[in-house]
Design a protein around this ligand. Structure first.
Ligand code: PLP
Length: 358
């Protein structure tokens, strides 16, 4: 069975070298005599894994010592509740509504306080990042939330809002490790691992220490950042195998030259695809050029029938999971770190051929 080029938005492709290493170590990891899945999370063997993962993430993302790194569960979606529970001391936060994930973060926060919508791009199916005017920001907000890369709609911020003393928080589920991010500009960053870091089941939170310790009394113990920070992400059993695979992905990224090197590759991949979309008379990108994501590339033809035919024929040719999200329609190619340049080149060659024949 040949492996396909998998353009899934998430869970998504993992580097083949990582899967191979995991396969080699499946029955026996190091000198432990057991699989990582069978290890006590309190064992020395496992401690080396979780601590190694954290150290590598800190190195690759240049995370300052004043930030905690937490390995949690519950997906990015649990963060939508954890943020207001832990951070809403004054009871209000600002949100930029750039898609469904941003909307969900705001909706969940509204259960615990006031969720102010400072701007939205809903008027044009979230095909752009709205202009932000700091005069409309609440200087008393507990946090200001953005979705850095919008997985469904294929937009990303190229400029961050200046929120002054209000902690800026970003959902980086689909762009973590894909481009340099200045952690020190943020109060908190979070990501579900299944897009660009590893398998589903692991959620990474990077939080500035001064934001810890203010959780509401009603906060469930497992939803309290302070508890996880105080216990080195080991208050309960962490997602041990997902963290192990994440560590292998981080090692792979480090060997590739780190985030700067990966960013160059990602820009190259995105350019190949967008250049073709801009020149094609059949396929069109759906996003305003200046706000185009490097990771998720939605595109359409002018006909539903043609879209369906393309997705079907692409699948048969080994380019899978190209169907767009139901709210946008058409196609979406997610080209995360693990997608090689060659995968995008071959996809574009296939699209050209399809255009010629239809
Ligand atoms: C996938 C995704 C989510 C949801 O993540 P879960 O881990 O499934 O909860 C949230 N935000 C963004 C930007 C995503 O891409």
């Amino acid at each position: 069975m040949n492996r396909v080029y998998n353009f899934s938005a998430g869970p998504s492709m993992l580097p083949e070298a990582v899967l191979q290493k995991a396969a080699d170590e499946m029955l026996c990891q190091g000198n432990s005599g057991m699989s990582v899945m069978e290890m006590s999370h309190r064992s020395a063997d496992y401690e080396a894994i979780i601590q190694g993962a954290e150290a590598l993430l800190r190195k690759l993302m240049n995370i300052p010592d004043t930030y905690k790194v937490l390995f949690l569960q519950g997906g990015a979606s649990s963060q939508f509740a954890m943020m207001p529970l832990n951070l809403m001391q004054k009871g209000k936060a600002d949100f930029v509504i750039t898609g469904q994930w941003a909307k969900k973060a705001a909706q969940e926060a509204a259960k615990y306080g006031v969720a102010n919508h400072v701007a939205s791009s809903a008027d044009k199916v979230f095909s752009y990042i709205p202009e932000l005017d700091p005069k409309t920001f609440d200087p008393d907000a507990d946090y200001f939330h953005i979705t850095y890369n919008n997985t469904i709609y294929g937009t990303r911020y190229t400029e961050l809002p200046d929120t002054g003393n209000v902690p800026l928080i970003a959902d980086i589920s689909s762009n973590i490790l894909s481009e340099p991010i200045d952690v020190s500009k943020f109060g908190m960053l979070y990501a579900g691992a299944q897009k660009n870091m590893g398998p589903a089941g692991l959620t990474v939170v990077i939080i500035r220490e001064d934001l810890l310790g203010h959780a509401k009394d009603i906060t469930p113990t497992m939803f309290n950042y302070q508890i996880h920070a105080d216990n080195g992400s080991m208050y309960n059993t962490p997602p041990t195998y997902a963290i192990y695979i994440c560590k292998l992905v981080l090692e792979w990224l480090d060997e590739m030259g780190g985030i700067e090197a990966m960013y160059e590759i990602n820009k190259k991949k995105a350019k190949i695809l967008y250049d073709y979309l801009d020149s094609s008379s059949m396929f069109h990108g759906t996003v305003v050029p200046k706000d185009r994501s490097l990771m998720n590339v939605p595109f359409v033809t002018d006909s539903e029938e043609l879209n369906a035919k393309f997705i079907k024929e692409a699948k048969a040719a080994g380019f899978v999971n190209l169907k767009g999200h139901r709210s946008v329609g058409g196609m979406r190619a997610s080209i995360y770190n693990a997608m090689p340049v060659e995968g995008v080149e071959k996809l574009v060659a296939f699209m050209k051929e399809f255009e010629k024949n239809n």
